[in-house]
Design a protein around this ligand. Sequence first.
Ligand code: ZN
Length: 197
Amino acid sequence: MKRSKLNAIFLATSGALMAFSANAIDNPGAHQHGHAELQVAVDGNQIDLIFTSPAYNLLGFEHRARTDDQKALVKETEEWLERTPLINTPDASCKVASAEVYHEAGDGSGDHHDHGSNGHDHHEHNEHEHSEGYGHSDFEVTQVLNCTGLASAEALLIPLTERFPEIEDLGVQWVWSGGQGSARLEHQERSFSLKSQ
Ligand SMILES: [Zn+2]
């Protein structure tokens, strides 16, 4: 639902952005280790965003979590992605109104993926969820943020490249009342301006 709302905003602004959005999320060809995408729609004091990344960038692996350490890492990563505004103003005024994290690396609900005690004998190709056959998996995060001072902020901060050093470049696209723009944050860069078109 949130995705369709965000897509609607992109669609209203730019058919090309809409096409890009659908492509980045639904096309597994967009999966490239070291690269991630953040799509942002700003409306007044509200931000809707979609973050998509190969699981590798966030976890260091893409198979389903097997060891306790891996499961703990998945949980910690999930919680961070749910609680941390993925965009913020310099004075940290953004609050997460809602967030959802989708991924395939957990040990959770998909029991039909569980091969039981023999699971470790299977190649990753055999796991149903890895339909491309390479064992790749992605994270997709949607957030709705409420921020104050958004329009007047000279720069907005993105904590992702600092939190996840495996993200070597982050493509950012946004639409707001002033138009649309895009930026590419290289390793460890974390700020962009809505006004830089
Ligand atoms: Zn991968």
